[in-house]
Design a protein around this ligand. Structure first.
Ligand SMILES: N=CN[C@@H](CCC(=O)O)C(=O)O
Ligand SMILES: [Mn+2]
Ligand SMILES: [Mn+2]
Length: 318
């Protein structure tokens, strides 16, 4: 189901009502109805769209609560400083929500929204939701690109999310679904936890030819060498879809996720990876997933998500 964002969500500290250099994001974000929005953008534009769902997490035996994340993350974004070029429009196109456990319907709806944004030359900035958001994100990318184009999916995640899905899809199945459906897709996963995936999943990743870097290799190795592997993957693809599963962060930084990682990456390392990936200029869309405000007792995980989104916006703008 589609809903507009409540304009009151975009509120916060005001330092000036007239001096643009003192503005914060809530003073410039334009809340729009995607259904009636048809203006193709000739300049840089970012379109926030939320995916209110934790049905995939529930099906994957995880801890529900990510449904609440999009609006909570917007509230945290609202007071961050507006330090973007004048010619850049920042739109908020509301939320697609999963109702009555109908995950596939919600993913299709998200896919249509993402595809529409891409057609209007707007960078989709998608706020999940459980990681099942990535499948809806993918549907939108797939319908936008030429069928011969190679779509490279870069997933920054502690998990492969390549579980079997013959009984049902979930937040742990998306990338296997995608690779089974589209032979022009490649998959790279950065941040894999040795203790976060069964041997079966390592074997499946190998059998699908999925490239990955362990968290341990990123933390203990020469990060530039590890990043070179991501660049090689990006070079071999035409379009990159970037997805970030927030359980890739260490649990001291991101306790508010369904499956926390004691050995997870630091925010600075993830920021470095994101900057490197975006520097390719091949990334057309981004999603962040698995933030669970109900488990985020002191709000640091939501705030981390807002800072990561800010970083993505900044790297798109400059
Ligand atoms: N999206 C998360 N997927 C993980 C969850 C692992 C867990 O709950 O421990 C997975 O399915 O492997
Ligand atoms: Mn994960
Ligand atoms: Mn995941």
């Amino acid at each position: 189901m589609y809903h507009l964002t409540d304009q009151n969500i975009w509120s916060g500290r005001i330092d000036s009502e007239t001096v643009k250099e003192m503005f914060r994001l809530h003073q410039v974000v334009q809340v729009k109805n995607l259904t009636s929005f048809h203006e193709k953008q000739s300049d840089l534009a970012i379109g926030i769209i939320g995916f209110k769902s934790d049905e995939g997490v529930r099906r994957n035996q995880g801890r529900a609560g990510a449904y609440e994340a999009p609006d909570e993350i917007r509230k945290s974004l609202a007071s961050l400083p507006y330090r973007f070029p004048d010619h850049m429009n920042i739109f908020d196109f509301g939320n697609v929500s999963c109702e009555d456990m109908k995950l596939e319907k919600a993913q299709e709806e998200l896919g249509e929204a993402v595809s529409k944004l891409l057609k209007l030359n707007i960078f989709p900035l998608i706020i999940g939701g459980g990681h099942e958001v990535a499948y809806g994100h993918f549907l939108g990318v797939q319908s936008h690109v030429q069928s011969k184009d190679k779509i490279g999916i870069v997933n920054i995640d502690a998990h492969f999310d390549m579980r079997p899905y013959d009984e049902m899809t979930s937040s742990g199945t998306m990338f296997r679904q995608i690779l089974d459906q589209n032979e022009n897709c490649g998959y790279f996963c950065a941040g894999i936890q040795k203790a976060g995936n069964t041997q079966y999943l390592f074997d499946i990743a190998k059998s699908y030819g999925c490239d990955y870097i362990l968290e341990e290799e990123i933390s203990n190795g020469e990060i530039k060498e590890e990043v070179n592997k991501i660049h090689q993957f990006i070079d071999a693809n035409d379009h990159i879809m970037l997805t970030l599963c927030s359980d890739v962060f260490g649990n001291s930084y991101a306790p508010g996720v369904s499956a926390p990682s004691p050995f997870g990456l630091s925010p600075k390392t993830v920021r470095y990876l994101i900057k490197e990936i975006l520097s390719s200029k091949k990334v057309f869309s981004f999603d962040i997933a698995e933030i669970n405000p109900l488990l985020d007792k002191t709000g640091e995980t939501v705030k981390l998500a807002a800072y990561i989104i800010y970083e993505v916006m900044y790297n798109i703008a400059y």
